[in-house]
Design a protein around this ligand. Structure first.
Ligand code: FEO
Length: 372
């Protein structure tokens, strides 16, 4: 993959990872990209790097444009290794460079790469870097995705390099949003938000507030395509998702089944929802990975979860889903727990307990013995 010019003096020099299918437990059926950006000015700046196995590709891309030894500023927006994996090699290849990172970024990078000893410049909210004609401004965005995360804005060109925020896991050969189209973009952005960003609504609101004060025309995230045609569409979605705005008339029925009785309950619950005018989607946990199921929930205001009782517990698939759900902690939903059982019958109660812990409003729990 060669470089892509975003604007005069500004290039995408990252890597496409079409084969990755698991991202810390989150399925990535369409692969991903690790976006790094090179900006030419009196001082040369690289924003973020790539996952370590793609280091040679990053260096080759940079060499297409400039000798890496001429890089003066290495901006590390985020410690996670998908963006910092190549940083030690870049520090070696760029002997004159200073590494710019947030305070937590500097601590995290030093811990991850103990042999790396660059010149550091620790940056905080509102700090700037002038490279000649360009001025970069740093905006901390803690917890979007880690405590160290930050966005770097290039004022003169109205570009926000938002790292994980507004990214998408897609290994498209296209580098811009109009190349994949609005619908595909929003579908991939929703999947990414649901699995990566969902617990951090308040922090996303702060980021949107800070970005809203800047004249941003291009959003260049660290995964997926660069936003230039649909910046407002994704920003509006982030605003809604981060406030847990949901549609009460959208329902998802999530379940696993042992001999079909809990599936029959799921279908009965779905039919009742549909009779009340709701759009119903099912998620059979034998078929859907939890990262698919959680995406179905992103805009749904009503969520039913069912499991038969197995050895006084829920089915392992449902247990894994509830664990994932509690971690991502979506708010502002109405829940319903259900399940079939033969004798002890704990499953529906365990599901109810998990959904109540999310402070969801609950519909009456349903249990049936043996079958409907
Ligand atoms: Fe794409 Fe939090 O790393």
């Amino acid at each position: 993959m060669s470089t892509v010019k975003i604007k005069d003096n500004i290039y995408w020099v990252g890597a496409v990872d079409a084969g990755v299918r698991d991202f810390h437990g989150y399925l990535t059926p369409y692969g991903t990209t690790y976006n790094a950006y090179l900006i030419l000015d009196e001082k040369v700046t690289l924003i973020d790097t790539v996952r370590a196995p793609f280091t040679a590709e990053l260096l080759e891309n940079i060499r297409e444009i400039v000798d890496p030894a001429k890089i003066d500023c290495l901006v590390s927006n985020h410690v996670e290794p998908d963006h910092s994996g190549a940083l030690p090699a870049l520090v070696d290849a760029c002997p004159n460079a200073t590494v710019f990172a947030s305070p937590n970024g500097q601590k995290g990078l030093s811990a991850y790469y103990p042999g790396m000893e660059p010149r550091w410049q620790i940056v905080k909210a509102g700090d700037t870097l002038t490279t000649g004609r360009y001025t970069f401004e740093f905006l901390p965005m803690p917890m979007v995705h880690w405590p160290d995360s930050m966005t770097t804005c290039l004022r003169e060109e109205k570009i926000a390099f938002t790292n994980d925020a507004m990214g998408q896991h897609i290994a498209s050969p296209e580098r811009f949003d109009d190349g994949i189209g609005r619908e595909r973009l929003l579908e991939r952005a929703a999947n990414y938000y649901a699995n990566i960003v969902l617990p951090y609504g308040m922090q996303v609101q702060s980021l949107l507030g800070a970005l809203g004060k800047l004249p941003v025309e291009i959003v260049a995230p660290s995964h997926g395509v660069i936003l230039r045609s649909f910046v407002n569409d994704v920003t509006k979605k982030y605003d809604d998702w981060s406030q847990n705005k949901t549609d009460r008339l959208k329902a998802v029925v999530v379940y696993d089944t042992m001999w079909g009785a809990t599936r029959a309950m799921a279908e009965a619950v779905g039919a009742e929802f549909a009779a009340r005018g709701m759009a119903v989607e099912y998620s059979d946990l034998k078929e859907d990975h939890v990262s698919v199921t959680i995406t179905k929930l992103l805009e749904a205001g009503t969520v039913a979860v069912g499991s038969p009782t197995l050895n006084r517990q829920v089915m392992p698939t449902v247990g894994a889903f509830l664990c994932y759900l509690k971690g991502l902690a979506p708010k502002n939903r109405t829940g319903l727990a259900f399940g079939a059982y033969g004798w002890s019958g704990e499953s529906a109660g365990l599901i109810e307990e998990a959904l109540v812990s999310l402070k969801w409003e609950m519909l009456p729990t349903r249990k049936i013995r043996w079958r409907l």
